[in-house]
Design a protein around this ligand. Structure first.
Ligand SMILES: [Zn+2]
Length: 135
């Protein structure tokens, strides 16, 4: 079984998982103290109304990322938590709307590869030193 991600825990708290996925998360929670700790932290963050991804999505009343966020996701320039969430939304929730949107963006980005390259370049130059190591 793949490890449970933060995004999955958030979706679990949001009641956004299928029954099978919920069972999987609960099983993992029973077996893992570190995971329970992560869940407690997430719940505390929610209670404090912090800017957790879950809080942001709820506040915006969105379950779907914006087209701009999907574009940034393709460029791999998103915050890790948001990227996790979108990955989860696309792969696990398998939202047909976002999958279509993403495919469309992918086609567009292929057409404008030179500009994308430039944008990516700018991003990495501007955030050099702020990049976190890969997890
Ligand atoms: Zn969606």
């Amino acid at each position: 079984m793949p490890p449970i991600t933060r995004a999955q825990l958030i979706a679990y708290l949001d009641d956004a998982l299928t029954d099978a996925e919920t069972a999987q998360v609960e099983q993992a929670l029973r077996e893992s103290e570190p995971l329970r700790r992560t869940l407690r932290t997430l719940i505390q963050e929610r209670d404090r109304g912090e800017h957790s991804i879950g809080a942001i999505w709820r506040r915006e009343r969105l379950s779907c990322p914006s087209r701009e966020q999907l574009g940034s996701f393709l460029l791999q320039v998103l915050d890790a938590d948001l990227a996790d969430y979108i990955d989860f939304h696309i792969q696990t929730v398998a939202c047909p709307y976002c999958q279509a949107n993403l495919a469309d963006l992918q086609a567009l980005q292929k057409e404008s590869a030179p500009q994308v390259q430039k944008r990516r370049q700018r991003f990495f130059e501007s955030s050099a030193g702020l990049l976190r190591p890969n997890r």
